[in-house]
Design a protein around this ligand. Structure first.
Ligand SMILES: C[S@@+](CC[C@H](N)C(=O)[O-])C[C@H]1O[C@@H](n2cnc3c(N)ncnc32)[C@H](O)[C@@H]1O
Length: 287
């Protein structure tokens, strides 16, 4: 049995357990990766460089501004990097789960120890005082301040249902000031392929919706949306796309060869090869 198949079976078993127990075992299985905080910082730093270049190109100034993060994840690395780079006043971060823990925050702060951030209790966690953490909260149901300057997400939208993506953007469009900017970094590929190199990064596109729903769980939900579908959702919500970039695939690469071996499900036949393969999407939205 391949690695991704074993992992799927474990997640499917955890998915059937009562929520609290399932998440508690899931969290202990994830612990291993938190020893590698340097790797996580480096990867977040690459995203920061991307964010910085897009914001600079669009003359977006964040100094002393309040911003929102969708999808806090496990560690507050990105909010810290953003604070250090852009000197924002506050980062309000929402997540439908509660993955932060004092242990992981401590590990993160240890890495940034030179910065000597002041901390305070927020949701029983000792967080830097510029981070407002809202776990177990869907931003669609949150009351958000009108004068937020930027909303960003990193590797989150692919885990959100299409209807939630649409509803949150309609809310942003209707409730926030006209100068709101929204920046998403999206990873539309099959995440199982990151830990199992035998899989194509597009492997999940061979399944029907029903088949894929039998494989995925609440721990690894992926909407499998392709580039044109994201664009349509953002535009239907009222936003203009003022910057978009994404990776293409070299036809001589192993990645392309593995993709060519796949038999795509007919649901995906309506897309061009370029649309299917578009990876690491960065998109900036404005009213
Ligand atoms: C892959 S992690 C990325 C976390 C973090 N942004 C990072 O870059 O490391 C995805 C996170 O999005 C959260 N998430 C999924 N759906 C969400 C939603 N509708 N609203 C907010 N967060 C969500 C998950 O709980 C998870 O913490």
């Amino acid at each position: 049995m391949k690695y991704h198949q074993k992992k799927t079976i474990i997640l499917q078993i955890l998915d059937k357990l009562p929520n609290k127990l399932g998440y508690s075992i899931y969290h202990s299985l994830q612990k291993k990766s938190f020893n590698e905080i340097e790797t996580k910082v480096n990867s977040n730093f690459q995203s920061l460089k991307k964010i910085e270049s897009i914001l600079n190109e669009s003359n977006i100034e964040l100094k002393n501004q309040k911003i929102i993060e969708i999808g806090s994840g496990w560690v507050p690395i990105m909010p810290i990097l953003i604070k250090l780079k852009f000197m924002v006043s506050k980062i309000i971060t929402y997540d439908i789960n509660k993955h932060y823990s004092n242990k992981r925050i401590k590990l993160t702060l240890k890495h940034f120890k030179k910065t000597n951030f002041k901390t305070r209790k927020c949701n029983n966690l000792n967080l830097p005082n510029f981070i407002d953490y809202h776990p177990k909260k869907n931003i669609i149901n949150a009351s958000i301040e009108k004068d937020i300057k930027l909303i960003y997400s990193r590797f989150v939208l692919e885990h959100v249902t299409p209807i939630d993506i649409e509803n949150m953007h309609k809310k942003f469009y209707n409730e926030l000031n006209n100068d709101i900017k929204i920046l998403h970094l999206i990873s539309p590929s099959d995440h199982r392929a990151y830990s199992d190199k035998t899989l194509s990064l597009y492997d999940f596109l061979k399944y029907s919706k029903k088949e894929w729903n039998r494989i995925q769980t609440k721990f690894d939900y992926h909407n499998r949306l392709r580039l044109p579908e994201y664009i349509a959702i953002f535009e239907n919500s009222g936003f203009k796309i003022t910057h978009i970039e994404y990776d293409t695939v070299d036809k001589n690469s192993d990645k392309y060869l593995k993709y060519k071996e796949l038999k795509l499900h007919p649901d995906y036949h309506k897309f061009s090869e370029k649309e299917i393969l578009a990876g690491s999407i960065c998109v900036l939205l404005e009213k």
